[in-house]
Design a protein around this ligand. Structure first.
Ligand SMILES: Nc1ncnc2c1ncn2[C@@H]1O[C@H](COP(=O)(O)OP(=O)(O)OP(=O)(O)O)[C@@H](O)[C@H]1O
Ligand SMILES: [Mg+2]
Length: 315
């Protein structure tokens, strides 16, 4: 099992995977971007009786609309310009194993009808052929979109939704399982230390604090990227807040809004640039000092400035 975490929600998820994996029921995985949907899909396959059979991932949002049918179901030679030979589709490639339909919410309505038929009748037809091919494929679908909303809007078929949603698994956002941050961060620390042949022994307490107070809109993928960057940059024995700072800053805007430094509406009249910049400076220094528990030296490193400036701005 590669799904890491000690929070209740992850524990429940692991238990459900163990129960569901041996069945051939369709599974719908719902979760925000970067929460581990593909990892869950692979786990479902690897813990099934057909783990030696293929696991075929398809990103439904990445295939041009006019090619999806032929990608999924294959085509007969001459069925359209460019179909120079008979070609099996991804359904056939996944026969006996698992087809992972990622971003299922992006599938055009016309394809939804065809997918529904394939699921109901367990047969497919290559484009341009009138021969049914009987298949045994387990479907795992994933989405970060609210499909119920899409059904209401008429962009997702309700019958397909119920067909896919025999079992629903949810991958929780990282901000709702803050207790997993340090375990995951340590996991990625080990992974990238090995990859970059670096001997890093851990994460400094102030760096861990910064990780735990970050909002993680990109979830585990964002944490993984932040740790990769920090490991690459770190020259000391442990990850410091300073080497993390750049990675955590990129998704800062939501935080900035929350604390009240709003960009002024210039159409309503003049403002003083210097005053505004001073306010931003004070706010950043205040945050840095909060993270470093008042250490001006560390705050200066975090903001790549001098101690004098920190002291001045925090007066
Ligand atoms: N619980 C976990 N334990 C360890 N690694 C995890 C966990 N969840 C996710 N990861 C890792 O985080 C990264 C993102 O996961 P994954 O690609 O499965 O997310 P996703 O939900 O499919 O994201 P997206 O919506 O962006 O496609 C991967 O490298 C994955 O291995
Ligand atoms: Mg994914």
């Amino acid at each position: 099992m590669r799904i890491i975490g000690k929070s209740k929600s992850v524990d429940a998820l692991r238990k459900l995977i163990e129960k569901v994996a041996p069945t051939r029921s369709s599974v719908l995985i719902i979760g925000e971007s970067g929460t581990g949907k593909e990892l869950v899909a692979r786990e479902l396959h690897d813990q099934s009786a057909v783990k030696s059979k293929p696991f075929v991932p398809v990103n439904c949002g990445a295939i041009p609309e006019n090619l999806i049918e032929s990608e999924l179901f294959g085509h007969k030679k001459g069925s359209f310009t460019g179909a120079v030979a008979d070609k099996p589709g991804l359904f056939e490639a996944a026969n006996g194993g698992t087809l992972f339909l990622d971003e299922i919410g992006e599938l055009p309505l016309t394809m939804q009808v065809k997918l529904l038929r394939a699921l109901q009748e367990r047969v497919i037809r290559r484009v341009g052929s009138n021969e049914d091919i009987r298949l045994d494929v387990r479907i795992v679908a994933a989405t970060n979109r609210n499909l119920e909303e899409a059904i209401k809007k008429g962009t997702f078929r309700e019958d397909l939704y119920y067909r896919l949603n025999v079992i629903m698994l949810e991958t929780p956002p990282l901000r709702e399982r803050k207790g997993d941050i340090s375990i995951l961060a340590t996991h990625f620390l080990d992974k990238f230390s090995r990859k970059f042949s670096k001997e890093l022994s851990g994460i400094e307490p102030d760096a861990l604090k910064a990780l735990e107070s970050h909002k993680w809109p990109g979830n585990i993928r964002e944490l993984e990227n932040a740790m990769e960057r920090a490991v690459a940059l770190e020259s000391g024995a442990q990850i410091t807040a300073a080497s993390l700072e750049g990675a955590l800053r990129t998704s800062e805007p939501s935080g900035a809004r929350a604390t009240g430094v709003d960009f002024p509406d210039l159409s309503r009249g003049p403002i003083s640039l210097d005053h505004f910049l001073a306010r931003v400076e004070r706010e950043l220094v205040r945050r840095a000092l909060m993270l470093t528990k008042g250490s001006e030296d560390q705050a200066a490193r975090l903001l790549q400035t001098t101690r004098a400036k920190i002291a001045n701005a925090s007066k």
